[in-house]
Design a protein around this ligand. Structure first.
Ligand SMILES: Nc1ncnc2c1ncn2[C@@H]1O[C@H](COP(=O)(O)OP(=O)(O)OP(=O)(O)O)[C@@H](O)[C@H]1O
Ligand SMILES: [Mg+2]
Length: 598
């Protein structure tokens, strides 16, 4: 027999003997002479004995079962924690990443984001970024971005929100918390804030990055992409130095300037030095008018987005600057037509690059200028893959920790990042120290997570038949704690989170539309999904009605109180008047009395 099984048997025997002896002892105390009765085969009080035996054996049996089943599942490298095990795990790993529900700091830090229903990530650790993976409909918006928008405070927020659903559902709550809410809305430019990329550029280097963003996004430029760079820069420098600082003007400028290289040279000679230098670099690589025409066509193709009326309109003025986010609690939502994400990426990538960099280098977080008092800024990037390829995001992710910037990258699969960031994909994923996966994920993404969650050890017993006898052998093997298939089949309310050097944990998603009772019903009702949904809907609408009634009642009471206060004020003013009148009369009488007396 295996050594561990022998120990188990030995312990069970010891416990049984102990329980037997104590049961006999207790019965003998209750019915004196019980032991003697037993020896004379008198079982009159055997039920009392059995009762004592059961009272002891049931809890001890359960405890023993739990103890042994835990030992049996002891894992080799890792195991899946519940939120209750996080405190202990953090102590062992000497790392503080989360506030679990059983931690005294849970829900105390207003800038701590919710990872799941029972776990928040500390503000400090959120600066090491989060990757949120889940296919469409898995709850990225409803269980991560929205609940965090509703609960976060004391930080500024930049939210990628193509459909504008996060804006609609969180605007009122944010304003109530004192936030300035800004909506850059390409879906409805009439109701949008304005932002001018070129006017906000602080240096030629910033403009070069705008040019990079335009050329590395939009439709594929083939071989002309790199060759176009210097010419686009020349036009951007010209607009920056001599124009109204509006990128859309570059498109019209290019339409009017000839593609003849000599005529172009004359145009740039009369421009700024930076523009002329870029043009001269371009001229070195150019070979004939047809070459110039191809480069022109490439740039114009890439800049299509800047010809759209909404983009021209929104880019014509400036309602905010990146520095705003460091100085006052602000929430910016960026919405754009999702179906045309690729077209808009030539704007979005440049916009985000500028925002990241100017927020990163803002004086308020530079200790060279005194205490770093600037607000933390969280970038909640739902549909991160949609915004195109942001230049140098890999560098940004690894350098902004001390700058109080947190990025949450919400994507549907790892392939989505791979598509935009072929060479830097691994750096981006590695630099998101906390990774969350939702059910329904398949393919490489599920495989990647399965590996990260780790392996467990199990014992295999095999029996082989020899000539005369049977022999058994045991071997210890390893298997994935969660196979890719188990990750795909996570329940619709579950998520797995892997962070830093801690063991992974499984917890409930933090759906914003389910309160504690609704969540309990959601997880435990025994009926069909449709029936369960109906019951939850009824409960939710009953609760909303109740809350509305309470709010109305509160308002009524408030109005009554105000009315009463006003009345009291009026009465006291009237009383004061009467008293002063009475004083006046008294004085007059006194004066008259004196006069009469004299
Ligand atoms: N207020 C609500 N009441 C009930 N169910 C809701 C509510 N809001 C969202 N849901 C449900 O929650 C689930 C998750 O939706 P959610 O929009 O968060 O998914 P997602 O991962 O963001 O998907 P996508 O990538 O398409 O944006 C969906 O099944 C949706 O129907
Ligand atoms: Mg969503």
């Amino acid at each position: 027999m295996e050594f561990e099984s022998k120990i188990r048997l030995f312990m069970i025997n010891i416990v049984l003997v102990f329980v037997l002896i104590t049961s006999v002892h207790f019965t003998n105390n209750t019915h004196e002479g019980f032991v003697k009765e037993l020896f004379s085969f008198n079982f009159e009080h055997i039920f009392t004995f059995l009762l004592f035996f059961l009272i002891q054996i049931i809890p001890i049996g359960i405890a023993l079962y739990k103890f042994f089943s835990n030992r049996k599942n002891k894992l080799a490298d890792s195991n899946l924690l519940s939120y209750k095990g996080i405190n202990r795990e953090q102590r062992i790993a000497a790392n503080s990443v989360f506030y679990a529900k059983n931690n005294k700091f849970f829900e105390k830090e207003k800038s701590a984001m919710y990872i799941s229903r029972n776990v928040q990530i500390t503000t400090k650790k959120s600066h090491e970024h989060i990757l949120l993976l889940g296919p469409t409909g898995s709850g990225k918006s409803a269980s991560f971005f929205l609940p965090n928008l509703l609960s976060l405070d004391n930080v500024s927020l930049v939210v990628t929100d193509p459909k504008g659903e996060l804006y609609r559902k969180s605007k009122a709550a944010l304003e109530q918390k004192g936030y300035t809410v800004i909506h850059l809305n390409f879906n409805n430019p009439k109701r949008s804030a304005h932002y001018n990329l070129l006017a906000n550029a602080k240096s030629y280097d910033d403009i070069r990055k705008i040019s990079d963003s335009i050329l590395s996004n939009g439709k594929d430029a083939g071989e002309w992409g790199n060759l176009s760079k210097t010419l686009l820069e020349a036009f951007l420098f010209h607009e920056f130095d001599h124009g109204n600082k509006n990128i859309s003007n570059v498109v019209t400028e290019m339409a009017t300037v000839s593609t003849n290289i000599e005529e172009m040279e004359r145009f740039f000679q009369n421009s700024s030095q930076a523009a002329y230098m870029s043009f001269l670099q371009f001229k070195k690589t150019s070979s004939g008018d047809s070459y110039v025409s191809s480069v022109y066509a490439t740039i114009q193709g890439k800049m299509k987005v800047y010809e759209i009326d909404s983009v021209i309109d929104i880019g014509s003025q400036n309602d905010f600057t990146p520095g705003t986010f460091r100085q006052q609690k602000s929430a910016l939502f960026v919405s754009y037509p999702e179906d045309e994400a690729q077209l808009y990426s030539a704007f979005l990538a440049a916009f985000y690059y500028q925002l990241f960099n100017q927020i990163k280098t803002h004086k308020s977080v530079d200790e060279a200028y005194g205490k770093a008092t600037g607000l933390p800024v969280y970038f909640l990037m739902d549909e991160f893959a949609n915004i195109g390829k942001v230049p140098e995001i890999d560098v940004l992710l690894s350098t902004v920790r001390s700058k109080k910037m947190s990025l949450v990258l919400g994507i549907q699969s790892l392939d989505q990042i791979k598509k935009n960031y072929k060479d830097t994909f691994n750096i981006i994923v590695e630099n998101c120290k906390t990774k969350i996966i939702l059910g329904g994920t398949t393919g490489e993404t599920a495989g990647y997570f399965s590996k990260m969650v780790g392996e467990e050890e199990y014992t295999n017993v095999s029996v082989s038949e020899g000539n005369k006898s049977l022999s058994t052998s045991t071997s210890t093997n390893k298997k994935s704690i969660l196979s890719p298939d188990q990750i795909r089949r996570l329940k619709s309310y579950e998520l797995i989170c892997v962070s830093d050097n801690l063991k992974p944990f499984r917890d409930d998603k933090n759906y914003y539309f389910l309160d504690k009772t609704a969540y309990f019903l959601f997880k435990n009702l025994p009926f069909s999904v449709e029936k369960n949904d109906e019951i939850i809907r009824k409960y939710t609408s009953w609760k909303e009605k109740k809350q509305t009634k309470e709010v109305v009642q509160e308002k009524k009471i408030h109005i009554q109180q105000q009315r009463q206060e006003r009345n009291e004020e009026k009465i006291s003013v009237r009383q004061e008047k009467i008293m002063s009148k009475q004083d006046e009369i008294k004085q007059l009488r006194e004066q008259r009395r004196r006069r009469d007396f004299e």
